[in-house]
Design a protein around this ligand. Structure first.
Ligand code: AMP
Length: 370
């Protein structure tokens, strides 16, 4: 008689492209997925079953929990109450306590500085008079950010001179904010770390990231090696350990001539890790699942170099016609909209020089500028 085969079902709160890529990496491991999202057209629904309900719908959440074995997320702003409700029924990774910190820029910066890791000088501001004081302390060269729900440059206001502060008024303070000094960085990098319940961890090579209007446009990995890079890995390890983290955690840094400052942490798989799908021996998505399911990690090294280019708002016209050895397209199945990430491509090469010339040739063929 055949032994009954019980497939493990991973529930994912949020059904965007991260959930979609997680599922695509998990199917070869024999996993099944159930997505949960308030939006019926959420793009992970194209590759697996999607439950559509609000995050505070306890009847739907209860049904979701009965259908899955373990739960993770593709979106760090899933309400903490939802995560705690789910955690009473099924294991959740990362832990809701981590999300509570990461959802609030002030709590996140307090936590990181309390464990002795540097961040840009920052102040909590809840009123125009507090802003006047703090902006002056930042020499009127700063970023004003909402504490909650800011991502991809949303909820950010750049202050370059005193007049930028003067033109705000009390009505602009409907929600708590932080102001942080503008950092004169040499480059932006991120460390992707995966950690399991036993405290074992692994990191991928350092990623160098370029942003436009606060949105990630390209990642190159491994980043060109600089003398003190291991400091960034040490900081990421300390953050992951202090949070007793399970799954993939991404720490974004400003690298300055005086060292590294943490910009923010992402308690989930991250856009700067998409290159790992083809560019590393094991992707961030697969190892995130492995961490949560108590499986050994796959190796995180990379045989060559990779570039990830994001398509934001629209695709270059010829997206489907360009094929090449070592070029991989990822189209997320999302309706194009200004500022929205709708796909990416990854280019691989054996050396940074070869990668550079491949990027130039691709950009020329596509008729785009990066
Ligand atoms: P965030 O959403 O906070 O990660 O910000 C998005 C991007 O805006 C960052 O990756 C930087 O390129 C830029 N940015 C944000 N805060 C600062 C800062 N304090 N100094 C310099 N650039 C910043």
């Amino acid at each position: 008689m055949d032994t009954p085969y019980k497939q493990t079902t991973v529930g994912i709160l949020g059904a965007g492209q991260l959930a979609r890529m997680m599922a695509l990496s998990g199917y070869p491991l024999g996993l099944n997925f159930l997505f949960y999202d308030p939006e019926p057209t959420a793009c992970a629904g194209q590759v697996g079953d999607l439950m559509t309900a609000d995050y505070d719908n306890q009847i739907a959440l209860d049904e979701f929990c009965r259908k899955v074995d373990v739960v993770t997320l593709d979106f760090e702003n899933v309400p903490v109450d939802t995560l705690r409700f789910v955690q009473k029924r099924k294991p959740v990774f990362p832990d809701p306590d981590v999300l509570e910190i990461a959802q609030d820029r002030l709590l996140e910066k307090n936590f990181i500085s309390e464990i002795g890791i540097p961040v840009a000088e920052y102040f909590s501001v809840d009123s125009h008079s507090e802003l006047m004081f703090a902006a002056k302390r930042c020499d009127y060269d700063a970023f004003l950010k909402t504490r909650r729900l800011g991502y991809d440059g949303k909820g950010q206001y750049r202050i370059k001179q005193q007049a930028d502060v003067n033109q705000l008024d009390e009505a602009d303070f409907k929600q708590p904010m932080v102001i942080e000094r503008a950092v004169d960085f040499e480059r932006e990098v991120s460390v992707i770390i995966v950690r399991n319940t036993n405290g074992e961890s692994a990191t991928w090579p350092l990623c160098e990231n370029k942003h436009k209007n606060g949105i990630l446009t390209t990642t190159i990995a491994p980043a060109k090696t600089l003398d003190n890079d291991e400091v960034a890995f040490d900081y990421a390890q300390r953050i992951a350990d202090a949070l007793n983290y399970v799954g993939v955690l991404v720490v974004e840094f400003f690298q300055t001539k005086d060292g590294f400052l943490v910009n923010e942490i992402a308690p989930r798989v991250h856009n700067s890790g998409h290159w790992t799908i083809e560019g590393a021996y094991t992707s961030q998505f697969e190892n995130h699942l492995r961490a949560g399911l108590g499986l050994n990690f796959g190796p995180t090294g990379s045989p060559g170099v990779a570039a990830m280019i994001n398509w934001i708002g629209a695709f270059p016209q010829d997206v489907n016609s360009i094929t090449d050895k070592d070029l991989y397209w990822h189209i997320y199945g999302k309706a194009p909209r200004e500022g929205r990430k709708i796909g990416h491509c990854t280019l691989l090469a054996e050396s940074p020089q070869q990668l550079h010339s491949r990027i130039l040739s691709l950009v020329k063929q596509l008729g785009v500028s990066l």
